[in-house]
Design a protein around this ligand. Structure first.
Ligand SMILES: [Fe+2]
Length: 490
């Protein structure tokens, strides 16, 4: 295990650009965000497309310790929102921590007060039972009614000013959210609305609150589902008529957590004695969901879903177990032991027969699927992913993949040696004539320069070198999720 990366002082070898030979090159990406700033010019390498007009927002954990205590998992880091604004072949970048109420409270007290995913909760057992999860605001972003929110699945949304990234404050969205608002809202274009859920926990069971956020007008709660056990539910998916949940059966180390002997992250596991529950909720009749159980599997992310001849077709990254949690925790040690195991699968649900079939679509580990927003809820041809190259060994994902669901196979591209991309985001070209007629944007950590840039690929000529790279003069710690906001909507 390597030491936790720290911010180098100006006199250290790291600050002069030398590598710590004992640690893998990507490890320095976990050093905390070196400075916060508003939009400032970024250096452009290559030529930016004239029609790339808008802002790429990203969010992720941007430190790994607080008040002298080291965080135990990547997910625990305080969130920072970063943004790159493209206009007129130029780019400007900004980055700031999200100043949540919990972060401010702990700063005032000078110590850790709240629960984290992979860090032992401070205090005694009674305190651990009652204390809420720390709102790290570090997982994903939502752009709704021209407002930007940093999301964390155990917390309320935190609104951020899209123009300068200052934190505006936590919100329950005008009374909509009783407890939490999950990190993967899903927009259904045909309904001009975004859907999401939030989990609330009871003794041995949990509720899922279901939300509808229209493009215009007030949000509403669609209903509440009761689940017969406690689990980890990160994502869901929506089609034109349904919300679909795949609920993995998990073992949670609750007693060890309460006693301060362990964390959720180091004790969570798939309970293979039970099945994964499939829940199909009709949006127009949410009190009458279809529910059935299939063989157990774990997932973090859905890619897309659409309806086809009475069936629901889903693309997910499927896992046979939950060891991905351990790998994600190992990232911040620099010492990886668990290989990535998530595989792209296409599922087909027959709600009438209560049957689910699953077909693997690619034989390489992958994650962070992204579909063009134009293809959401449709049989989109192309899917973009992060993956690990066969020759790269155990390390963070080092390549992008483009899957052609219509028989064209899978293409991959690496941003370059020692470079680590993030979740790809597709931006359609102005006047696009095809599904992949646009740009693929990815925030890249370059371990050789210890700096980050956004690489702009031509999505149609995917395997060629990027059209342009726009450079921050510092690194951004690895981010989790992001989104694109076209110019005029930011
Ligand atoms: Fe996610």
């Amino acid at each position: 295990m390597f030491a936790v990366p720290a911010s180098p002082s100006p006199s250290t070898p790291k600050a002069r650009g030398l590598r710590d030979v004992s640690a893998p090159s990507w490890f320095r990406a976990f050093q905390p965000l070196p400075r916060e700033h508003g939009f400032e010019p970024l250096r452009v390498e290559g030529v930016l497309p004239e029609d790339l007009q808008g802002t790429l927002y990203r969010v992720g954990p941007a430190n790994l310790s607080a008040h002298g205590q080291r965080y135990g998992h990547w997910f625990d880091g305080d969130g920072a929102v970063s943004a790159v604004r493209f206009a007129g072949r130029t780019a400007h970048g900004a980055t700031r921590f999200v100043e949540t109420e919990h972060r401010a409270h702990e700063r005032r007290e000078g110590k850790m007060l709240y629960g984290r995913y992979g860090t032992v909760i401070p205090g005694g057992p009674l305190h651990r039972l009652r204390v809420p999860s720390y709102n790290a605001a570090n997982t994903a972003l939502m752009h709704w009614q021209d407002r930007l929110f940093a999301l964390h699945e155990q917390s309320h949304p935190t609104e951020v000013d899209p123009d300068d990234l200052h934190t505006l404050g936590e919100t329950d969205l005008h009374g909509l959210v009783p407890r939490v608002f999950s990190a993967h809202p899903r927009r259904v274009p045909s309904r001009n609305a975004t859907y999401n859920f939030g989990a609330r926990y009871g003794p041995g069971f949990m509720w899922l609150d279901l939300f509808e956020l229209p493009d215009v007008g007030a949000a509403r709660r669609l209903g509440t589902l009761k689940l017969p056990g406690l689990t980890l539910l990160h994502d869901f998916i929506a089609t034109d008529r349904y919300l679909v949940f795949l609920v993995p059966p998990m073992k949670l180390p609750l007693l060890r957590m309460v006693l301060g002997l362990g964390t959720l992250a180091d004790g969570i596991a798939l309970d293979t004695s039970r099945g994964t529950e499939v829940i199909v909720v009709p949006i127009d009749d949410p009190e009458r969901p279809v529910r059935f159980t299939v063989d157990p599997f774990f997932l973090w992310h859905f890619a897309n879903a659409f309806e086809e001849r009475g069936h629901i077709v889903l693309d997910i990254v499927r896992y046979a177990d939950a060891s991905i949690n351990l790998l994600l925790g190992e990232f911040i040690t620099g010492d990886l032991k668990h290989p990535p195991m998530g595989m792209l699968h296409r599922l087909r649900i027959d709600p009438v027969r209560q049957h689910l079939s699953s077909e693997q679509r690619w034989d390489r580990p992958c994650e962070f699927p992204h579909l063009s927003s134009e293809q959401s809820c449709r049989d989109g041809r192309y899917l973009y992913l992060l993956s690990n190259s066969p020759e790269g060994g155990l390390q963070p994902p080092d390549q992008l993949a483009k899957v052609d669901h219509h028989g064209g196979g899978v293409e991959t591209v690496s941003p370059g040696p020692g470079q680590y991309p993030s979740e790809p985001v597709f931006v359609p070209r102005r006047g696009a004539t095809g599904e992949d007629d646009g740009y693929l944007l990815t925030l890249v950590y370059d371990s050789r320069r210890h700096a980050s840039h956004v690489a702009v690929f031509d999505a149609r000529r995917f395997t060629r070198a990027p059209l342009a790279r726009v450079w921050f003069d510092h690194h951004l710690p690895f981010t989790v999720h992001g989104l694109w906001v076209p110019r005029g909507r930011g």
